[in-house]
Design a protein around this ligand. Structure first.
Ligand code: C2E
Ligand code: CA
Ligand code: CA
Length: 609
C-alpha cells in the first residue's frame, strides 16, 4: 500500500514535469536531462544515465548522465554487445534488469570489471529498456554504489520514464518526417529550388500585404531543350536544367526575391525593383547573359539560351493565376519572336496567346487525322526543260482560317514540339504517293522531303525512315531529304550516324537554304551531303545585284570544289535562268517553271509534259 502511495507521488511529479512550460519547449537533450534528474532525485540513486542503441544494434552510447558531468569530463561512454552479451540479450527480450548485486546477477556480471565508474564500483543496477515500436532503441540505467533492494515503486517509476522517452522519440520522428514532407511539398527534388506551389504561395503573400508594392514575375523557358535531349542525350539535358537552376539561384542580382522551378525546363523569378528608377532592362540583360553562357557537360560544350516572359503586379494582374498566365504567354511571345530574349506582357499577347493555344490543338489534330496535305514543286534540269525531281511541301487547309502558308503554322509546330511529327507525316504521305504512282504504272522522279532540326537530331530518325520505306515498298533512291544549314551546326555523333545510315539506305541528302547560315566548309566536306540549295533570297535579284552575283558565284565554286550539285531556289524569270545556267548551276526550282501543286496535277504534268 505504502509502495502504491509512493508511486502515486512519483507519477504526479513526472506528470508535472512533462506539462511544465520549461519542459515542453526544450530540446530533446534537455528533456532527457530533466527526466534523468527527476528520476535521480525521486529514487535517490547515485547515478541515472540514458543510453541510445546504435543503428546496427551493436552499441549503447551514453546520452545523458545524472548528476550532470561537465561536458569535457563526459567522454561519451559506449558499451558493446560483444562484451556484455547477456545484458544486451535481456534488453532485447524487453526484460527489466533489476540487479541487487551487480557481480552475481548473470545479466550484469560483465560490468563488474569493465564499467565506467569514477570512484566506488557499482553495487546495484536497475535498468529499463526503451522501445520504439518493436525495436529496442535504448535503456535507462539506475546505479547505486551500495547494495539496494529495488521496490515495485522504483520499478514502476523507471518504466514510466522509459515509456516517456519512447514517446518523445516517436514524437521527434513524426516532427522530422513532417519537416521532410514539408520540404518535399515545397521544393523541386531535382534542382532543390522552390516549386510552383511555393511560388504561388509567395506571390499570394505579397499580394495580401498591405503595402502592395509592385514587383515583376519573370517566366523562363530553356530554348530547344527537346532538341538537346534528343541530339545529345537525356543526361546532357538534365545537366543543362540543373546548371541553369544553379545559375539562377547563385546569380547576384539586387532585387531578386525568389527563384522556383515551375516545370521541366521552366523557371520563375520574383524581382522587386531594388531602388527607385532602376530599369528592368538592366536586370533582364544580366539574367540573359547569365543563362546564355555556354554550359560544359563533360567533353561537350552546349550552347543554351532561354526565352523570358515578364508581367508586373499589379499592372498586368492582381491575382496569382492571372500574373502567372500573363508572364507565361509573354514567354511564348519571346519564343515566337526568335527566342533568346525577354518580352513584356501586354494585352495583344493575351489575344494572340489564346488564338495560339487553339491553333496548336487544331494542328495536333490535323497531324493525327490526316488533315494536312502535300504539294509537289518540280525541280528542273539546268536548261529548265525537264523535271528531274520534286520537293514535297506541306499545306494546311484550316477549317475557318482557310489556306495557311507554312510560314504561318510551321513556327507554331516548332514551338509546340509538333514539327518532328509533322515531318514524319509528310514523309509517310510522300511514300504513299510514290507507291500509288508505281501501282498505276506512272513515272515518279525522286522526291525531296524537308526535315526540321528536331527531326534530324532524333536518334531514331533513321529507323523511322527505314520503317516507312518498308511499309510502302519504296526504295531509298526514290527519296531525298533536305536539311536546313542551321540544323546541322554543332558537332554531334548522333547526327553523323543518322546521316550515314540514311545514305546507306540510298537516300540523297541536301543542304537547304544555303547561304543563310554559317556552315564551315570543312564540316560540309565531312558530312555525306550531295546537294546544296541556294536560298531564294540570293536568287531574287540576280543578275542585277552584284553582291548576290558574287555570293552565288562563290557558292557555285565552292560546291564544285566539294563535288556537290547545286539547286537554285526561287527562279522566277528567264534572266535568272540564263545567268544561272551560264554559271554552271545544275538544277532550277521556281515559279518560272511550276508552283507547288497537288499530286494529281503533278502526275498529269509528268504524263502529259
Ligand atoms: P523551302 O524548303 O525553302 O521551300 C521552298 C519554298 O519556296 C516553298 O515555300 C515554295 O513554295 C517557295 N517557292 C518556290 N518557288 C518559288 C519562287 O519562284 N518564288 C517564291 N517567292 N517562292 C518560291 P513554302 O511551301 O511556303 O514553304 C516554306 C518553307 O516551309 C519551306 O522553305 C520549308 O523550309 C518549310 N517547309 C515546307 N514544307 C515542310 C515540311 O514538310 N517540313 C518542314 N520541316 N518544313 C517544311
Ligand atoms: Ca526545302
Ligand atoms: Ca529552301
Amino acid at each position: 500500500m505504502e509502495q502504491i502511495q509512493t508511486f502515486f507521488g512519483y507519477h504526479k511529479a513526472l506528470t508535472q514535469l512533462l506539462h511544465s512550460r520549461d519542459f515542453t519547449g526544450q530540446s530533446k537533450r534537455k528533456k532527457l536531462e530533466a527526466l534523468s534528474a527527476l528520476c535521480g532525485e525521486l529514487l535517490k540513486v547515485d547515478n541515472v544515465s540514458i543510453w541510445t542503441l546504435s543503428f546496427c544494434g551493436h552499441h549503447l552510447d551514453r546520452e545523458v548522465l545524472y548528476p550532470l558531468v561537465p561536458a569535457d569530463r563526459d567522454q561519451g561512454f559506449r558499451l558493446s554487445r560483444d562484451q556484455h552479451q547477456a545484458y544486451f540479450q535481456a534488453l532485447d527480450g524487453a526484460e527489466i534488469i533489476c540487479a541487487e548485486a551487480v557481480g552475481t546477477d548473470p545479466r550484469t556480471r560483465s560490468f563488474h570489471s569493465d564499467y565506467p565508474t569514477t570512484s566506488k564500483p557499482v553495487a546495484s543496477m536497475l535498468d529499463a529498456p526503451i522501445f520504439d515500436g518493436n525495436r529496442l532503441s535504448g535503456v535507462i540505467c539506475l546505479e547505486n554504489r551500495q547494495t539496494r533492494h529495488w521496490g515495485l515503486d522504483d520499478i514502476a517509476c523507471v518504466t514510466a520514464i522509459a515509456d516517456t522517452i519512447s514517446l518523445l522519440n516517436t514524437h521527434e520522428a513524426w516532427l522530422s518526417s513532417r519537416k521532410e514532407l514539408d520540404y518535399i511539398t515545397h521544393h523541386d527534388d531535382f534542382t532543390g529550388l522552390l516549386n510552383l506551389r511555393s511560388l504561388r504561395n509567395h506571390i499570394q503573400q505579397q499580394i495580401e500585404q498591405q503595402t502592395q508594392t509592385s514587383f515583376a514575375l519573370l517566366w523562363f523557358d530553356i530554348d530547344r531543350l527537346n532538341a538537346i535531349n534528343n541530339g545529345m542525350g537525356q543526361k546532357v539535358g538534365d545537366a543543362v536544367v540543373s546548371e541553369v537552376a544553379a545559375r539562377l539561384r547563385g546569380m547576384l542580382l539586387p532585387g531578386k526575391e525568389m527563384v522556383a522551378r515551375v516545370g521541366g525546363d521552366e523557371f520563375a523569378m520574383i524581382y522587386r525593383f531594388p531602388s527607385e528608377g532602376t530599369a528592368m532592362e538592366e536586370a533582364v540583360e544580366t539574367i540573359l547573359e547569365t543563362v546564355n553562357y555556354p554550359i560544359r557537360v563533360g567533353e561537350q560544350k552546349v550552347q543554351v539560351s532561354a526565352s523570358i516572359g515578364i508581367s508586373f503586379f499589379p499592372h498586368d494582374g492582381r491575382d496569382v493565376s492571372t500574373l502567372l498566365r500573363h508572364s507565361e504567354s509573354a514567354m511564348y511571345h519571346a519564343k515566337a519572336c526568335g527566342r533568346r530574349q525577354a518580352q513584356y506582357y501586354n494585352q495583344d499577347i493575351s489575344t494572340t496567346a489564346k488564338a495560339r493555344f487553339l491553333l496548336e490543338s487544331q494542328l495536333t489534330d490535323a497531324i493525327a487525322h490526316d488533315g494536312l496535305s502535300v504539294f509537289y514543286q518540280p525541280i528542273m534540269s539546268a536548261d529548265g526543260s525537264a523535271v528531274v525531281s520534286a520537293e514535297a511541301l506541306v499545306r494546311w487547309q484550316h477549317e475557318t482560317q482557310g489556306f495557311m502558308s507554312p510560314a504561318e503554322f510551321l513556327p507554331l509546330a516548332y514551338e509546340a514540339g509538333l514539327i518532328a511529327d509533322l515531318d514524319l507525316w509528310v514523309l509517310e504521305r510522300v511514300c504513299r504517293d510514290i507507291q500509288q504512282s508505281h501501282q498505276r504504272g506512272l513515272p515518279m522522279p525522286p522526291v525531296a522531303v524537308n526535315l526540321s532540326a528536331d527531326s534530324i537530331m532524333d536518334p531514331l530518325l533513321a529507323d523511322k525512315v527505314w520503317d516507312t520505306l518498308q511499309r510502302y515498298q519504296v526504295l531509298g533512291s526514290q527519296l531525298e531529304l533536305e536539311v536546313i544549314e542551321d540544323a546541322i551546326k554543332g558537332d554531334s555523333q548522333v547526327l553523323r550516324r543518322t546521316l550515314e545510315e540514311l545514305v546507306r539506305m540510298g537516300i540523297k541528302l541536301s543542304i537547304d537554304d544555303f547561304g543563310t547560315g554559317y556552315s564551315s566548309l570543312l564540316r560540309l566536306k565531312n558530312l555525306p551531303f550531295t546537294k546544296l540549295k541556294i536560298d531564294h533570297s540570293f536568287i531574287q535579284d540576280l543578275p542585277r545585284d552584284p553582291d548576290d552575283c558574287a555570293i552565288t558565284l562563290s557558292i557555285l565554286g565552292m560546291a564544285s570544289g566539294l563535288g556537290l550539285k547545286v539547286v537554285a531556289e526561287g527562279v522566277e524569270n528567264g534572266e535568272q535562268q540564263a545567268w544561272l545556267q551560264q554559271q554552271g548551276c545544275d538544277y532550277l526550282q521556281g515559279y518560272k517553271y511550276h508552283k507547288p501543286m497537288p499530286i494529281e496535277a503533278f502526275m498529269a504534268l509528268l504524263v502529259n509534259g
